[in-house]
Design a protein. Structure first.
Length: 454
């Protein structure tokens, strides 16, 4: 029942709408994809996420190289945010005709990368499928919106996710604050009030903040600005910063969204973006008390602090008594193959992906990723498997994410790393760092969108 409910949720919602020369590029010599004796070096890029790198270096790469002695994998991990983001480095290297042979990237990149001809189609035979129709049929059609073009897949799932709220139960207990309800979301206002009580200072210096948004001063990643912004915007009744194709950055919903960010910083003092410094350590170490994150968060948090005690509850909404405000974002990360690589490297890349993700009907690989990293690969075979049911039983907090896909309307943010996404970042920064009024920030957002729109 649980697995069928997840599948029906996938079908019923638009949940997946989910430095160039400094790195080694793909080789340009021919070959047979690793099945013969030719030696092949496969270049692999991933975004920087320690559990992912550990899994690759300690398990998947050694096991694959042992099974395929003529293929060697050179992995490079790139910070997601920074002076030049992971996405920017990918685009610049791939556009030059070089870049990695195989890489992971966020769902927001697949449409533009495919339009630019940077992605090789996934070979069904490499994954044990009869043809493209057979491969596409392994997933619910709604889950493939940004991976499928002309009835072919141009990527394979690494993970699919939505957001829920993790909180440090030790911090709550020490402050005498009751645990959050597990069966129904609380309001953002209540989270702000709780965050205010959990805020601590010593000698005028902040020692703990109540809540952690996904972005802060030393992690200014557009992905998290966008995810937090769109979660609120939709709960306030507006789907995007464009309505009917026209800029809509100065609306009541946008102003309310920016007001909430401002309130968390200045009214409640529940969120301090200049105090936070580590996505996966601040909440586990008690420097922050709550954070909205995906299924992948627990493993990384426990790696930083094995004594971290936490619970997971539904993400806050603006009005818990109004189901129309039960809205959240969805997103995925997927694996892609370089269309500019020669046939041998493309074939070797697809062989590697089949090895780490599994072929038709296989569930052991998907079960590894879900149990070890919280990465959900939403194939029908895995969602209906005994392994999936056992994983939920082993880690009951994951049920919160499954329930969210039934109880919330979920869909991906429309603007992340584009010009409109940058304008959203600027509007939020103006409010939380420069103390701009939500009205002024929204007016500037509207002006920026109109400039972009021409």
């Amino acid at each position: 029942m649980m697995q069928r409910r997840w599948r029906s949720t996938l079908a019923g919602s638009a949940m997946v709408a989910l430095a160039a020369t400094a790195f080694t590029g793909c080789s340009l010599n021919g070959g047979g994809g690793g099945d013969g004796g030719e030696q092949i070096e496969l270049t692999l890029w991933t975004h920087e996420f320690a559990p992912l790198q550990d899994s690759m270096q300690k398990k998947w790469i050694p096991e694959f190289e042992k099974a395929n002695p003529n293929i060697k994998i050179k992995m490079t991990s790139v910070p997601l945010a920074g002076a030049v983001s992971y996405d920017s480095k990918l685009l610049s290297t791939l556009s030059s005709g070089a870049g990695p042979d195989v890489w992971d990237m966020g769902s927001w990149n697949f449409p533009s990368f495919q339009e630019q001809g940077l992605l090789a189609p996934i070979d069904p035979a490499a994954f044990g499928y009869d043809d493209d129709t057979d491969l596409v049929g392994a997933y619910d059609p709604a889950s493939l919106k940004e991976l499928s073009y002309d009835d072919k897949l141009y990527g394979m799932f690494s993970e699919f996710d939505t957001l829920a709220t993790y909180y440090n139960t030790d911090v709550f207990a020490e402050a005498g604050i009751p645990e959050l309800p597990a069966d129904k979301p609380v309001s953002w206002e209540e989270i702000g009030e709780i965050g205010s009580k959990l805020h601590q200072e010593e000698g005028g210096a902040v020692t703990r903040t109540g809540y952690q948004f996904g972005f802060f001063a030393n992690f200014k990643d557009a992905q998290w600005y966008s995810q937090n912004f769109y979660t609120l915007l939709r709960q306030y009744g507006q789907d995007d910063v464009y309505v009917d194709g026209k800029p809509a950055g100065d609306t009541e919903a946008v102003r309310s969204t920016l007001q909430l960010f401002s309130d968390f910083v200045y009214k409640y003092k529940a969120y301090d973006p200049t105090f936070l410094n580590n996505w996966f350590a601040d909440v586990p170490d008690g420097r922050a008390a709550m954070v909205s994150a995906g299924t992948w968060y627990a493993g990384a948090a426990l790696a930083n602090n094995p004594d971290f005690k936490f619970k997971v509850v539904p993400n806050p909404v603006v009005d818990p008594d109004n189901p129309d405000t039960y809205k959240d974002i969805s997103y995925f990360w997927g694996w892609a193959v370089n269309s500019h690589a020669d046939d041998a490297h493309q074939a070797a890349a697809q062989k590697f992906l089949a090895f780490i993700l599994g072929k038709k009907g296989e569930t052991a690989q998907a079960d590894y990723w879900f149990n070890e990293l919280g990465y959900l690969q939403p194939s029908t075979a895995y969602l209906e498997s005994d392994e999936f049911a056992a994983a939920i039983e082993k880690a009951p907090y994951l049920q919160t994410f499954i329930d969210a896909l039934s109880n919330y309307q979920v869909s991906p943010p429309q603007h992340v790393y584009d010009e409109a996404g940058a304008a959203i970042v600027a509007a939020i920064d103006a409010v939380i760092y420069d103390r701009a009024t939500p009205e002024d920030a929204a007016a500037e957002l509207q002006a920026a969108l109109e400039r972009i729109d021409g």
